[in-house]
Design a protein around this ligand. Structure first.
Ligand SMILES: Cc1cc2nc3c(=O)[nH]c(=O)nc-3n(C[C@H](O)[C@H](O)[C@H](O)COP(=O)(O)O)c2cc1C
Length: 158
C-alpha cells in the first residue's frame, strides 16, 4: 500500500513537461487510439521505443491483439486532436484524417512525425503496463513546434 498522497503525486509529477503523442492501432478495420505523454525512446540498436499505458485503457485493449501500433507526435496546433484522444469514447477518429502505415496502424494527418511499431514486449508497471515497440518505419511529416503538456495545461515552446 502506498503512503504517497495521490493528489501530491499528480501535482509534483505535473511539473515534468512532456510532449504528446497519439498511440493508434487497428481493431479489425476500425482505427482506435489514445493520447499518451509517457512515450520514450529506448534503444537505437535494435531500434525500440516505448510508452506506459493504464491497465484500464479500452483503446489499448482493442489494438494490442493486432500486434502493432503507431506513435503520432502531435504539433502545437493539434490541441483539439489531443483532447479527442484523451477522452474515452467511441469513434475518436470521426473527422480525423489518417492513412495506414505499412503495419496497417493509423498515421494521423498533420502530425510532426510518426513511428510505426510492432509490439515487442509488455511489462508490468503498477497500475500501468510498459509497452516496448520494435520500430518498423518512421519519418518526419511536418516541421513545426511540438504540443507540450505542463502542469495540467498546454505550454508554448518557442
Ligand atoms: C497530455 C496527456 C497525456 C496522457 N498520457 C497518458 C499516458 O502516458 N498513458 C495513459 O495510459 N494515458 C495517458 N493519458 C490519458 C488517456 O489519454 C485517457 O485516459 C484516454 O481517455 C484513454 O483512452 P481510452 O479510454 O480510449 O483507452 C494522457 C492524457 C493527456 C491529456
Amino acid at each position: 500500500m502506498s503512503t504517497i498522497d495521490q493528489a501530491t503525486y499528480r501535482q509534483v509529477l505535473g511539473h515534468f513537461p512532456t510532449g504528446v503523442t497519439v498511440i493508434a492501432g487497428m481493431d479489425g478495420d476500425e482505427p482506435v487510439g489514445l493520447a499518451v505523454g509517457s512515450f520514450f525512446s529506448l534503444s537505437l540498436d535494435p531500434a525500440l521505443v516505448g510508452f506506459c499505458v493504464d491497465r484500464s485503457s479500452g483503446s489499448w485493449a482493442r489494438m494490442v491483439d493486432s500486434g502493432s501500433f503507431s506513435v503520432n507526435i502531435l504539433g502545437a496546433d493539434q490541441e483539439d486532436v489531443c483532447r479527442v484522444f484523451a477522452t474515452s469514447g467511441e469513434d475518436k477518429f470521426d473527422g480525423i484524417g489518417w492513412k495506414p502505415a505499412e503495419s496497417g496502424s493509423p498515421l494521423i494527418d498533420g502530425v510532426l512525425a510518426w513511428i510505426d511499431c510492432a509490439v515487442e514486449d509488455v511489462h508490468a508497471g503498477g497500475d500501468h503496463e510498459i509497452v516496448v515497440g520494435r520500430v518498423l518505419g518512421l519519418d518526419v511529416a511536418n516541421e513545426g513546434s511540438p504540443l507540450v503538456f505542463f502542469r495540467g495545461g498546454y505550454a508554448n515552446l518557442k
